[in-house]
Design a binder for this molecule. Structure first.
Ligand code: HEM
Length: 505
């Protein structure tokens, strides 16, 4: 093997990795030491801004393979046609913590997927929870700020969290989920993934369906106890990144079965609750799970920064046969992510290898041009405007139905979605506590909310939180009240505001 010598970024050999150039051994450093300047300047620019949410994460590459050929009856999407295998990327994350925060803090986990399909990249940017805290995207910045840090002390604050949640009772289902055992997954491999929103599928005949995605872990679902999570947060903050990386390195590839719930298009109009409300799940008795295929993660990134930090997942990246729905959260997200990517990674983030539509025709026919760091381009004779009479690409009117649609008419308003008979805030949260949680999970949530609400300093907010849990389930609310009375006020109990950290009772 030939010897390797250090070079500058421009490829010229460098004389020393150890010594900057000075005037005499003890003299000043020279501005003409452009290698020193380059090295320090490059170092100062090594980071891109961390994601404003979901900053801490890790991921891997893999494949998605269709196992149920009948799924093509519901969508014309290339990746869901019989027998098709599609390359993909997954990134898992926690939501509120910064990029160095411990993986085992209580939080929902991101479950972001990018499928490199033959008709463009399809991104499904979900979580490990089927629901969310709010049902209108206009509330998202407020929600996130209430979960992050106080502006003065830069500490997380239980009062902010419970103040927001109790003033937004639509959060009850997701908060019940979060405070239970599933809020502390043992690993990313051992959690489910959900598309969460209702999406639209369109088949080859143009028929429309509403769909919800469920990724069921073949590794099973396992949580951590409150103590285990707290210990790991101290001893191995990167526990989840390490677990995924090491299992893939050892050839133990994690797999998830994708199943969907399909609602016939017409059912949505008079379903018993708003099927586009992100705080609700569709009961499986109404819409059973249908098999689709298997996702396997089998290749670790070679470079974390280039392939995970700079990966950009956007709910606006649809492909023919898959479209949006009237979910107000989803519609806000369709704007938000691509905008975040232009800021965080740059205008031409889609040019980067990890984001490029490598299995479609990557850049050939887009009329987007130029901008910082653009390096892909068409031949000089390709027209730069449309329409043109020089044989350039033109949009295909035949593809108008690919993205689906729905009927809508009325005045412009700022109001909740049209009411359905069983729309409410607490019903599914109560059902989850009473009918889904076993005794151990019931004990876990009571322990968790006792510690977490117990750390709230304001009497008013603490009382509202007790009422919130009473609305979820009267018995749970009563037990919480009695635990809090036994523990005394937070100052008496000496309990600091523990934020997302697992609160000890
Ligand atoms: C990341 C906005 C709701 C899942 C992000 C990012 C933004 C954002 C700006 C950072 C993107 C980046 O810099 O690459 C919003 C807004 C929401 C919303 C405005 C509500 C209207 C949701 C919901 C889910 C979700 C409901 C799940 C169902 C994720 C995930 C990531 C993310 C998984 C990380 C993606 C990655 O790994 O790169 N969100 N979000 N978000 N969000 Fe949301």
């Amino acid at each position: 093997m030939s010897e390797k010598f250090t070079t500058t970024n421009a490829g010229a050999p460098v004389a020393s990795d150890q010594h900057s150039q000075t005037v005499g051994n003890d003299g000043v450093t020279t501005l003409t030491d452009h290698y020193l300047v380059e090295k320090l300047a490059q170092f100062n620019r090594e980071r891109v801004p961390e994601r404003v949410v979901h900053a801490k994460g890790g991921g891997a590459f893999g494949t998605f393979t269709v196992t149920n050929p009948e799924i093509a009856n519901y969508t014309r999407a290339a990746l869901f046609q019989p027998g098709v295998e599609t390359e993909m990327l997954a990134r898992f994350s926690s939501v509120a913590g910064e990029s160095g925060s411990p993986d085992t803090w209580r939080d929902p986990r991101g479950f972001a997927l990018k499928f490199y399909t033959s008709e463009g990249n399809y991104d499904l940017v979900g979580n490990n929870t089927p629901v969310f805290f709010i049902r209108d995207g206009i509330k998202f910045p407020d929600f996130i700020r209430s979960q992050k840090r106080l502006p003065g002390s830069h500490l997380r604050d239980n009062d902010m969290q419970w103040d927001f949640w109790t003033l937004q009772p639509e959060s009850a289902h997701q908060v019940t989920w979060l405070m239970g055992e599933r809020g502390l997954p043992r690993s990313w491999r051992e959690m489910q993934g959900y598309g969460s929103h209702t999406y639209q599928w369109i088949n080859a005949e143009g028929e429309r369906f509403w769909v919800k995605y469920h990724f069921k872990s073949q590794q099973g679902v396992h949580g951590l106890s409150i103590d285990e999570a707290a210990q790991l947060a101290g001893s191995d903050g990167d526990h989840h990144i390490r677990d995924l990386y090491e299992h893939i390195e050892a050839g133990d590839f994690p797999r998830w079965d994708l199943k969907v719930q399909i609602m016939p298009y017409e059912d949505a109009k008079d379903y018993r609750f708003n099927p586009f409300d992100l705080t609700k799940v569709w009961p499986h008795g109404d819409y059973p799970l249908i098999d689709v295929g298997v996702m396997e993660l089998n290749k670790n990134p070679e470079n974390y920064f280039a392939q995970i930090e700079q990966a950009t997942f956007a709910p606006s990246n649809f492909v023919p046969g898959i479209g949006a729905s009237p979910d107000k959260m989803l519609m806000a997200r369709i704007f938000s992510y691509a905008d975040a990517h232009r800021y965080r990674v740059g205008t031409n983030h889609a040019d980067l290898p990890v984001n490029a539509a490598k299995n479609a025709d990557p850049h050939g026919h887009s009329y987007s041009k130029d901008g910082a760091m653009r390096y892909s381009f068409s031949s000089a004779s390709t027209p730069v405007y449309a329409p043109n009479s020089t044989g350039g690409a033109h949009a295909d009117a035949e593809r108008a139905g690919d993205a689906g649609n729905w009927e809508s008419d009325g005045e412009m308003v700022r109001a909740a979605a049209t009411l359905h008979a069983e729309d409410d805030d607490f019903g599914q949260a109560g059902t989850m506590y009473r009918e889904v949680f076993d005794d151990q999970q019931k004990a876990h949530i009571l322990e968790q909310i006792t510690g977490h609400v117990g750390a709230v300093k304001s009497d008013d907010i603490r009382e509202r939180a007790i009422q919130y849990w009473t609305n979820v389930d009267a018995d749970l609310g009563a037990k919480l009240r009695s635990n809090l009375e036994a523990a005394g006020a937070p100052e008496e109990a000496g309990e600091p505001g523990t934020g997302w950290e697992p609160a000890q009772v």
